[in-house]
Design a protein around this ligand. Structure first.
Ligand code: RUB
Length: 333
């Protein structure tokens, strides 16, 4: 199968993730599930289970290769495609139905998880609170909005989040929801921290030791919060926990185009200046007070329990040995 045989709508979604038209770990995961559903429904090859599985494997690889850091992407893909293994479909039609069913289930459960997390997080916000958030996390925006509806917020500081300015999306969405918001440059975080009661941030990946990988600058926000004794809450669905970190795999950090930092014309005029554009960083568990998931509020050190509860298949693979990487074949053999 050549790449051209992948439906154009699926390629469009993959491109959308790569170019960050579709961004944020949760949205990326739901878009990947939707792409798998479209791929299954538009499959035009030989109507046999084995050919269909092979084709879905290629689509999975295409989607997973788009961005490296948010584990929600491979977790969503594996969740959907595991149905091809679990359901053990006898006919091609059963195989298509299994993919469509589990893609829809993933999307619905993901949306529901955001709602549950927002309600849970809002309860932890004290009256008259000022909150600081970084980047644009749809779960953080939902949690902050929920706290506002409960009448607990006076103000939200939203960092602009250089170089891609996702903080502008946060500010816009919060304002649309009626929440009073103040946009600040990333470098002003420590300046305002003495006014802040809670930091609420999202996650791209939670490691098995409770370290949180999120937008670049998150660890500096957490550092400033710790110094000022401000609580840091991470709001993250369970599919953002990384099974491969259990076996010591580091979370790959995405490095993006230097042109996001400085204009290409400037770079051309200053050819000896090197530019580094890491898109994510790691906040150690000591800097996080709680991770709020749809199955409960946990200290970061309990991340392993979430992995056992939700991503147990990965632990089974580890016990069997030889599991070093999430591979599509693990679900189709
Ligand atoms: C987005 C980012 C968000 C997490 C969580 O990075 O770091 O905080 O993805 O988002 P990018 P959500 O803009 O590079 O994708 O809560 O929406 O899943």
């Amino acid at each position: 199968m050549t790449e051209q045989e992948v439906p154009s709508k699926v390629i469009e979604i993959a491109e959308g993730i790569k170019t960050m038209r579709i961004r944020g770990a949760g949205r990326i995961a739901r878009a990947a599930a939707e792409a798998l559903k479209i791929a299954a429904l538009e499959y035009g090859g030989v109507k046999e289970v084995s050919s269909f599985k092979k084709y879905m494997g290629k689509v999975a690889d295409l989607l997973i290769a788009t961005r490296p850091t948010a584990v929600s992407l491979p977790n969503a893909v594996m969740y959907v495609l595991a149905s091809l293994h679990r359901a053990n479909p006898r006919t091609f039609e059963d195989a298509v139905n299994a993919v469509v069913f589990s893609a829809e289930k993933f999307i619905n459960e993901s949306i529901n998880a955001v709602k549950i997390i927002a309600e849970t997080a809002a309860k932890r916000i004290r009256e008259n609170s000022t909150i600081l958030t970084h980047c644009h996390s749809s779960v953080a925006v939902s949690a902050i909005t929920e706290a506002y509806k409960l009448g607990r917020l006076v103000k939200v500081y939203s960092t602009e989040t250089r170089p891609f300015f996702q903080g502008r999306i946060t500010a816009k969405q919060l304002l649309e929801n009626g929440v009073p918001v103040v946009q600040i440059p990333d470098s002003a975080v420590r300046y305002v921290m003495h006014e802040v009661d809670h930091v609420i941030i999202g996650a791209d990946t939670v490691a098995s030791n409770g370290a949180v990988v999120n937008k670049i600058g998150t660890s500096q926000v957490a550092l400033a919060a710790k110094e000022a004794r401000v609580r840091v809450y991470v709001v993250a669905e369970t599919y953002k926990f990384s099974p491969t970190t259990l076996i010591g795999e580091p979370v790959p950090i995405e490095f993006r185009d230097p042109a996001e930092i400085v204009p290409e014309s400037w770079l051309r005029n200053h050819p000896r200046v090197k530019v580094l554009n890491p898109s994510f960083d790691v906040t150690p568990p000591e800097y996080i007070d709680a991770i709020i998931t749809e199955i409960g509020v946990i200290p970061p050190q309990a991340a392993i329990l979430v992995l056992m509860e939700r991503l147990g298949w990965a632990l089974d693979k580890i016990k069997q040995g030889g599991f070093t990487k999430i591979k599509f074949e693990d679900f189709t053999e």
